[in-house]
Design a protein around this ligand. Structure first.
Ligand code: S5P
Length: 494
């Protein structure tokens, strides 16, 4: 790497992390096991400034390494726009490899003008085993094209360089995973524990080009030992990995106040809610409302509730469970009697309408000042017996929460089980918590604080009637706070 580009490289590493081109957590990989780091460089096409920097650095790297080839060819599909930019910037003709031969016409696998014996430089985004590069090399070689080098944006350092070297192709990477980890750590973006966990995993899981593991075995031990599984990380650590500003704030609040209790204040008189909020405020991280059950709603009530939230340091979650088209939820969130977006730090929403639910809610927010950010908890499971949610719905809900341009708005997921999502930057909110496991008359299913936190992955337990119907609400809040918090401490100490 040329010296003057080193600052640019560091800045780009941080930028890539900030735009979610890579994340830390516990992710399912193509090779069949989980990984503590996940790259998705597909997102960079949405950031022309990032595309520009990446392609400038690739061109500089190509010059620096003296890689002269007659053509460039990107590995489909993510690297195609990058290869295009490299081709245009250094005036090198491009070749395009099709993944499938056309069913009509020429049936060519390689598009562009070339002759047997021409040289070609491969451009790739992320390399794990190197198998995708080798697929492209094979198709080029069968046309008589000579490939000796590949320039790549990120080398995950899991054996890819050695695998492609066996086929006579040398890899030149802009970033190694180690460089990214060290840069993010030096910039205060990730903890030492994250760096160590990824490094440990990478050295344990080296992959052959056929997808098998070096040294054989299924490496399930390495996966079990994944220190970045969200349920093993502390709230402090996870606040650094969160993408939503409110999730960051809530994780920090939970850690400093030592509470993971959300009180569901499901009573119908404004003064009763204020009374419960005042008594239980010191022991909760969130106060959850159903504002449409309040019989004597007024703006003064909201002012008082916000004052209590400030005094006792908790956030407000309006459990509105939005579920309509974008335009309607935007109006329901920002307008009407309750003007929810004005006062609720967080709201809940169903994923039933798809991604537009996030866009609709966001549309209700104007310019948001720092400290006034808003967030949403998406429901991907329900505690009601006989609910219609199935595994596919759950999986798609997780995708909405973790992929796409609005994920900085998603603070967490409302669900009942630890397998609902993997990304540790999201908060699992689990309702249906009571000291005695039971079912109410209307199908609500309860589990104990210990079970939801230690077995079901809850980060925050939601307690309604377990507290509000107690003779002494404050004492009940303390009991639930203590039991949920102890369960969390035991979970992360394992
Ligand atoms: O699946 C769910 C999702 C939610 S947000 N199951 C739930 O019970 N809730 C809410 O949590 C519900 O609307 C209620 O406000 C609270 C549980 O109250 P409890 O009295 O049964 O503890």
């Amino acid at each position: 790497m040329v010296a003057q580009n080193s600052d640019k490289m560091k800045a780009l590493a941080i930028k890539l992390f900030e735009i979610n081109a890579f994340k830390f957590g516990d992710f399912k990989m193509k090779v069949g096991i989980n990984s503590p780091v996940y790259f998705d460089l597909r997102v960079i096409v949405s950031y022309p400034d990032v595309m520009q920097i990446v392609s400038d650095l690739l061109v500089a790297h190509i010059t620096d390494q003296q890689l002269s080839a007659k053509h460039v060819c990107g590995v489909p599909y993510t690297a195609l726009p990058l290869a295009t930019l490299v081709s245009v910037n250094q005036n090198t003709p491009m070749l395009v490899r099709r993944k499938e031969a056309k069913a009509y016409g020429t049936k060519k696998l390689i598009e562009g003008i070339y002759n047997a014996g021409d040289t070609c430089l491969i451009v790739e985004d992320v390399v794990t085993s190197g198998s995708s590069i080798l697929d492209t090399v094979k198709d080029l070689q069968s046309e008589g094209i000579v490939v000796t080098d590949a320039v790549v944006v990120v080398d995950r350092e899991q054996g890819g360089a050695a695998n492609i070297a066996k086929h006579g192709v040398k890899m030149h990477s802009l970033f190694t995973l180690s460089f990214l980890l060290n840069t993010l750590h030096a910039a205060g973006k990730i903890e030492k524990a994250t760096v160590d966990a990824v490094a440990k995993y990478i050295s344990a899981v080296q992959i052959n080009s056929d997808g098998s593991f070096v040294g054989g075995g299924d490496k399930s031990d390495a996966v079990k030992a994944n220190d970045l599984q969200r349920t093993r990380l502390t709230y402090e650590n996870r606040s650094n990995l969160a993408k939503s500003a409110v999730a960051k704030r809530l994780f920090q609040l939970m850690a400093s106040k030592q509470t993971n209790l959300c009180l569901s204040a499901d009573v119908t008189k404004a003064d009763d809610i204020l009374d419960i909020a005042d008594k239980c405020g010191p022991y909760i991280c969130l106060l959850k409302t159903h504002i449409d059950i309040v019989e004597d709603f007024s703006e003064g009530f909201i002012t008082n509730l916000q004052a209590l939230a400030k005094r006792h340091n908790f956030l407000l979650l309006e459990d509105r469970k939005f579920a309509d088209i974008g335009n309607t939820v935007s109006l329901q969130y920002g307008k009407g009697l309750y003007k929810i977006s004005n006062w609720a730090d967080l709201v809940t929403a169903h994923t039933l309408p798809g991604r537009s639910i996030l866009q609709g809610l966001k549309a209700a927010l104007g310019n948001v000042e720092a400290g006034q950010e808003r967030g949403v908890f998406l429901l991907s499971e329900m505690s009601a017996s006989g609910n219609l949610i199935d595994d596919k719905y759950k999986e798609n809900s997780n995708k909405i929460a973790t992929e796409g341009g609005d994920i900085d708005f998603v603070a967490g997921i409302v669900c009942q089980s630890s397998n609902a999502f993997a990304f540790p930057g999201l908060i699992q909110l689990t309702p249906g918590v009571k000291i005695d496991e039971s079912v109410d008359k209307l199908g609500q299913q309860y589990q104990t604080p210990e079970l939801v936190v230690k077995e079901r992955g809850a980060d925050i337990g939601v307690v309604g009637r377990g507290i509000i119907q107690a003779n002494d609400v404050q004492k009940a809040a303390i009991t639930y706070r203590d039991r949920l918090w102890t369960a969390y401490k035991e979970r992360v100490a394992k």
